[in-house]
Design a protein around this ligand. Structure first.
Ligand SMILES: Cc1ncc(COP(=O)(O)O)c(C=O)c1O
Length: 496
């Protein structure tokens, strides 16, 4: 027996697997709405929320989860968040409007990111919390707000020791100027506390940032300010792979192929950020996050349990509690992890001059790929005819292909790495791109060549049936007041 070909099996949520396994419903959905389509699963979102909340509830009495809307344009997710009673982090006037339309009270809305004059003006009267990105914003808020307006403000800071350079936030070295503005404008600005956002899986970076913010809180008290919030941002990781060993094996095979040994595994010699030199492969690939095995809940639990040297070894959670701080989080991808897939159809299959097989589908790379990254989970291919025999799988049947999109651009390759499939796809076969809800669906999707972006549908499992509707029309079942889906901390987080 020869070994199976390299593979990148995707982790799939049981609810999503159940839906994909119900071929009649999938077929009906394709017939009704057409291909391609993005499917979002708000119930998976709520599962993720419950898991994160459970970690927080265990050791942190005062906390607030703000769903980072930017991760997906889905209205269904925003409505699920509103119905669960959490808060929301919005980053544009459009996201703000979506949050208000979904029923968020302004006191449950936080606005992050760089804002610009027009947006700032809109926010000042709105009662929302402005997470200030820079000193210009802070100054403009103080100039534009009415006396006694008491605009709730968080100050985002950056420039922590050994952290990667960031263009966001007020550099730590400039915080003294922020203190001057905050103390001079107390009647206009209600200073809630400090915020940071680090997009790193490295635990020490977040712990260091937390500790640096604690030091800032002490300094703020020295200025007569009374901050009570420490916002630790998002960045809690997803787990894409169902089999970390197979992921590693794939990467080893890819590295070997980059050295010119064995079957080529990358389109046009793409090296994915690796640097090939002196007969060896060096560096960290652009796709490293797809091999992650540490879940968001583990990351969060470890952060909260981390001892802080400057505080006699007390943990992050204990220090927050002792100082009566409310910890805010802004998870995006952790909440939508596994809560979306993208479905497309094979248009045609083409063999190139060198024997390379390309499977063309009816969407473009931008609809399933975050910006410049390479998605390292295998698409799932289903027979276009659901009643086709299940294929007997012999090793000799495996075929290595690249998936290509429908734009007339060379760069519209959905996979630049080779994907092995148990049979050669045929026009009309259905291709599922797993776990696309976090930044994959919407971040870079464009209507290039005037192709519309794929339709977005919400799938809900009610009783024994799957119900499908336009994402915009989705209404969550209202959780009863004693339902665990409604989060207990909602009115006890000491927030504004
Ligand atoms: C300020 C801020 N908060 C939260 C997030 C959400 O991050 P994630 O999806 O990694 O949790 C982002 C993402 O860019 C962000 O910029």
């Amino acid at each position: 027996m020869t070994a199976p070909p390299p593979a990148l099996p995707a982790k799939i949520h049981p609810r999503v697997r159940a839906f994909l396994g119900t071929r009649d419903v999938l077929e009906e959905t394709l017939t009704r709405f057409g291909s391609p389509m993005h499917l979002v699963f708000p119930q998976v979102y709520v599962d993720n929320l419950q898991r994160l909340s459970a970690v927080l509830d265990q050791c942190l009495p005062q906390h607030r989860i703000c769903y980072a809307h930017k991760v997906n344009q889905s209205r269904a997710f925003v409505r699920a968040a509103a119905s669960a009673g959490i808060a929301i982090d919005v980053a544009s006037p459009q996201e703000l409007a979506a949050a208000i339309a979904a029923g968020f009270d302004p006191t449950r809305i936080e606005v992050t990111g760089p804002k610009g004059e027009a947006f700032l003006r809109e926010l000042i009267d709105g009662g929302v919390t402005i997470n200030v990105d820079n000193l210009w914003e802070l100054r403009r808020v103080s100039e534009l707000a009415d006396d006694r307006a008491e605009v709730p403000v968080l100050l985002r800071v950056s420039g922590f020791q050994d952290a990667a350079a960031s263009r966001f936030g007020v550099p730590l070295v400039q915080v003294e100027r922020a203190f001057e503005l905050l103390t001079a404008n107390r009647s206009r600005i209600r200073f809630l506390g400090f915020a940071f956002h680090i997009d790193s899986g490295e635990p020490t970076e977040r712990i260091r940032a937390f500790d640096a913010c604690l030091a800032l809180i002490e300094r703020a008290y020295g200025h007569g300010l009374t901050p009570s919030v420490l916002n630790i941002g998002g960045g809690f990781r997803q787990v894409f792979t169902a089999d970390a060993d197979r992921f590693d094996e794939y990467v080893i095979a890819l590295r070997t192929a980059l050295l010119g040994r064995g079957e080529p595994m990358s389109w046009a010699n793409n090296s994915f950020g690796y640097h090939v030199d002196g007969g060896a492969v060096h560096g960290i690939p652009v796709f490293h996050k797809y091999g992650n095995t540490v879940s968001a809940t583990t990351m969060l639990a470890e952060l909260l349990a981390a001892p802080l040297e400057r505080h006699g070894g007390r943990t992050v959670a204990q220090v927050a509690e002792d100082n009566l701080l409310t910890v805010w989080l802004e998870p995006g991808k952790a909440l939508v992890d596994h809560a979306g897939v993208t479905v497309a159809k094979v248009e045609f299959v083409k063999e190139l001059a060198d024997g390379t097989t390309v499977v063309n589908v009816d969407l473009s790379r931008d609809s399933v790929t975050p910006a410049d990254q390479e998605v390292m989970v295998d698409p799932i291919v289903l027979h276009g005819n659901p009643h086709a025999r299940t294929v007997d799988q012999h090793e000799s049947d495996w075929v290595g292909v690249y998936f290509a999109g429908r734009l007339c651009l060379e760069r519209d390759l959905i996979t630049n790495h080779k994907v092995w499939l148990p049979w050669l796809p045929q026009p009309g076969d259905v291709v599922i791109f797993p776990n696309t809800a976090a930044y994959h669906m919407d971040l870079s999707a464009a209507t290039a060549s005037m192709h519309p972006v794929p339709i977005k549908l919400a799938v809900e499992h009610r009783g024994d049936v799957f119900q499908i509707c336009h994402d915009h029309d989705y209404t969550p079942e209202a959780p009863a007041s004693d339902d665990p889906r409604r989060f207990s901390h909602v009115d006890s987080d000491g927030a504004p």
